[in-house]
Every structure is written in C-alpha cells, then in structure tokens.
Design a protein around this ligand. Structure first.
Ligand code: CMP
Length: 143
C-alpha cells in the first residue's frame, strides 16, 4: 500500500488548524501510520528542503520551519501521494482551489500551512528522514 509524508507547518499549528487538516485526510479514508508533534532542527529542515538550497528564499524557509513545532504525519492508502497533493492544493495560495487546504487557509506562498510529498519516491525519502525510528503500527487489535 502507498504511503506519503505530510507536515503541518508552524503557521498551521499556531493557527489551531491541526484538527481540521487531519480531518480532511482521515475523512477521505486514509490511514494514519505515524504522527509526531515536534520541533525541527536546522539540520533536518535543510536536509528536507535540500533540493531548494539554491533558491533565494531557502534561508527564510528553513528559519520558518524551525520557528515553532510542526506535526509530521505518515499517511497510507490507495494513491495517497497524488490524492494528498489534491487535498493540499497548489503551492501558491493564489492558484490553489478554495476547496483545498491551502485554498481555504493560506494567502502567502511562504506561509502555506502544509507540505506534502510530490512523488512516491520523495514520499519514501521524506518518511525515512522524518520517521527514522519507524512508523507506528495502528492495525486494529481484536480483543
Ligand atoms: P512546500 O510544499 O513545503 O515545498 C517547498 C516550499 O517552499 C513551499 O511549500 C513553500 O512554502 C516554499 N516556497 C516556494 N516558493 C516560495 C517563494 N517564492 N517564497 C517563499 N517560499 C516559497
């Protein structure tokens, strides 16, 4: 089964959007495989966004991701990488549909509330980076 990485960024946490954001993915039918409320080290932020290291906004992006706690999420389900990207919406809030998370909650590309892996391969890489100690197995237990 496919798995993806999603992160609620510091602005999403500070604006009390953890529950409504999680609800969108869980109500859609995806399964929570990992969930962490955590502070992000500079090293982790720089590694996560390494592909953007030449961009002029890289320093500000790293500073922002380290500015307060985030929620790191592992989600599992059919086509979850592409489906989560649809639910999240376009990176630039001006282009994101109002029915998406960014379309509903963000007005600034630099404060866009949430991140989601953009491919199955990157999802695997990002999950390994953020959940290096392993995912939680929440398979229902019969009593
Ligand atoms: P994310 O999906 O986390 O992936 C890369 C991030 O870089 C993106 O969301 C934005 O938060 C950020 N980003 C992209 N373009 C810009 C920009 N022009 N200015 C500031 N931040 C940007």
């Amino acid at each position: 089964m496919e798995t993806t990485f999603v992160m609620i960024k510091p602005d999403g946490v500070q604006r009390n959007l953890i529950a409504p954001i999680l609800d969108r993915f869980l109500a859609k039918g995806f399964t929570l495989r990992g969930l962490k409320f955590m502070n992000v080290s500079k090293q982790l932020a720089e590694t996560h966004y390494a592909d953007l290291s030449s961009k002029p906004f890289f320093g500000g992006l790293v500073e922002y991701i380290c500015s307060g706690p985030v929620v790191a999420i592992a989600l599992e389900g059919k086509d979850v990488v592409a489906q989560a990207r649809k639910i999240i919406g376009a990176t630039n809030p001006l282009a994101s549909d109002p029915g998406t998370i960014r379309g509903a909650y963000a007005i600034d590309i630099g404060r866009n509330v949430i991140h989601g892996s953009d491919s199955v391969e990157n999802g695997q890489k990002e999950l390994a980076l953020w959940f290096s100690e392993g995912l939680v197995d929440n398979t229902p237990v019969l009593r």
